[in-house]
Ligand binder design. Structure first.
Ligand SMILES: Cc1cc2nc3c(=O)[nH]c(=O)nc-3n(C[C@H](O)[C@H](O)[C@H](O)COP(=O)(O)OP(=O)(O)OC[C@H]3O[C@@H](n4cnc5c(N)ncnc54)[C@H](O)[C@@H]3O)c2cc1C
Length: 478
């Protein structure tokens, strides 16, 4: 269970004055404080934890964000930035005394520069919205989280989000050129721009993945890419998770970089096939989706090499999609996988850790054994080429003991990721979910050094506190 510190009594006592002060800074419908209307903001993708905030501010411009932050800073009020609230690590879980700063009304595309291959968008533009804005000219924005219909670019920056096609194109950090941010004091700062690299410290690197703890992002300059000539997906079915894992390692260590290399185990295959009717192999224990792209000749050459490697692992079947519709169905199944698992078990924890691909086979075997020991079902659907695991642990939310068991199982999986040379998080961030496990990955000295960076940006720890860093004696460091 995740402990949260008590709200600040002085802030709670001044609630009405704070609400009135904030309302005066925002458009007519820009401040929510009615308890019923706060409900949608009490949780996010980690829905096991809930806490209504003090109020929700919905600014429409960078200047309004700055005014809200200046006010909160002067009044000692904690702030929780929020995009679409799809965080799976509780990154936007409010505190009772906090103001949620919702960026969803900032959804304008500000500039598209095809010559320099970049676009400037407000933080509340959805991930898919960027590609939709440029695809008519043959361009796309590469990082593609499965939540891309809903999640927003400001959230992607703060979680350094990835997706199925990031194996070739890199994650958010690799597709980012500039940011407009507002500091905790309410100052507006521009970082980077429509050019590669910037002088001085790598602020862009520091802010990417900072989980709303250092500043609020209001505008983002992203790299856009020309779409490939064509792409084809292949389904490779295997007799066990371990064999499929070993095949992934063989493909990656051969030097081939498919554009995507995704893994699904038996429960995931069955759940996704029932939903997408993509022709997934129902007789398999594990399946890989391997996509290549380029000219017809390039695709053929890559598929031949991949077929040869898969052939060494005694596959049950190898099937290359024959049409754009078939490829779309294959991806519909994969991208809808988390929802599809909900049909088997409405309650599940989606874990997120990273391991070296050379340890995939061993780790999948150990996760299976842990599931048996805990008596809990687990489905594996993940970005295998990047070694980014997503075990989905199924539990019964009506039974607190089952939930606690699922949390312990999840923590053991993350410890295993660190043990084999991997990382506590791949793309979902630390949030509250992994906060108390940070000590598994980092020494006290390393954590203290990171806390100093937080304090340099936010000396009063007002910006999304109680996330990422383990609490010290039950309270956030200040
Ligand atoms: C079904 C499903 C599938 C998913 N698949 C993927 C996937 O394939 N890859 C992946 O990487 N993630 C995935 N996620 C996780 C999630 O979608 C990503 O973390 C996403 O980037 C969050 O974006 P958001 O707009 O919802 O941000 P939120 O959840 O609202 O916020 C996320 C974090 O960013 C901070 N934040 C948000 N906006 C700002 C801002 N403008 N300025 C400062 N801080 C801000 C918040 O405080 C919080 O810490 C998935 C989630 C779901 C529910």
């Amino acid at each position: 269970m995740i402990r949260q510190p008590d709200p600040k009594p002085d802030v709670m006592a001044r609630r009405d004055a704070i609400v009135a002060g904030l309302a005066a800074l925002l458009p007519e419908t820009g401040l929510i404080s009615e308890p019923n209307l706060l409900k949608p903001y009490e949780t996010d993708g980690l829905s096991a934890y809930r806490q209504p905030p003090l109020a929700v501010a919905l600014p429409e411009t960078t200047e309004q964000v700055a005014a809200v932050m200046r006010f909160c800073h002067q009044n000692g009020v904690r702030m929780v930035p929020r995009g679409a609230g799809t965080s799976l690590s509780g990154g936007t879980l409010p505190m009772a005394d906090s103001v949620v700063l919702g960026l969803m009304r900032m959804h304008r595309i500000l500039d598209i520069d095809y010559a320099d291959r970049c676009a400037v968008v407000q933080a509340g533009v959805t991930n898919i919205g960027i590609t939709q804005a440029v695809q008519g000219a043959g361009f796309f924005y590469a990082p593609d989280p499965s939540s891309q219909l809903a999640c927003m670019i400001g959230g992607n920056v703060n979680m350094n989000s990835g997706g199925a096609h990031c194996l070739k194109y890199g994650v958010t950090a690799n597709n980012l050129l500039g940011l407009k941010i507002v500091t905790v004091e309410g100052e507006i700062v521009d970082i980077g721009g429509a050019h590669l690299d910037a002088a001085g410290y790598d602020w862009l690197g520091l802010l990417t993945g900072s989980e709303g703890q250092l500043a609020v992002v209001t505008e983002v300059t992203v790299r856009i890419l020309r779409g490939p000539e064509g792409a084809r997906a292949m389904l490779a079915a295997f007799k066990s998770n371990e064999i499929a894992g070993a095949c992934v390692d063989a493909i990656i260590s051969s030097g081939i970089i498919p554009v995507a290399l995704e893994f699904m185990d038996r429960p995931a295959i069955h759940a996704c096939e029932a939903f997408a009717h993509a022709g997934y192999p129902l007789d398999a224990e594990a399946m890989l989706i391997i996509e290549v792209e380029g000219s017809e000749a390039e695709q053929d050459a890559l598929l031949d090499r991949i077929r040869e490697i898969c052939g060494r692992f005694d596959p049950i079947s190898l099937k290359v999609s024959q049409s754009a519709e078939e490829s779309a169905a294959i991806w519909k199944g994969r991208k809808g996988a988390f929802g599809a698992i909900g049909r088997i078990s409405p309650d599940y924890l989606c874990m997120d850790g990273t391991i070296p691909t050379s340890r995939l086979a061993e780790v999948l075997g150990r996760i299976g054994a842990m599931g048996e020991a805990y008596g809990l079902k687990v489905a594996n659907i993940f970005h295998a080429g990047d070694g980014n695991l997503h075990p989905l642990i199924m539990f019964d939310a009506n039974d607190p003991a089952s939930f606690h068991k699922a949390e312990r199982f999840g923590a053991d999986i993350l410890r295993l990721c660190v043990e084999v040379g991997g990382c506590l998080t791949g793309e979902h961030g630390v949030g509250v979910e992994k906060r108390d496990l940070m000590g598994v990955q980092f020494s006290e000295v390393e954590l203290a050094q990171q806390r100093r960076i937080k304090s340099a940006f936010d000396p009063g720890w007002l910006l999304n506190p109680n996330k990422v860093f383990p609490l010290l004696d039950g309270v956030a460091a200040e």
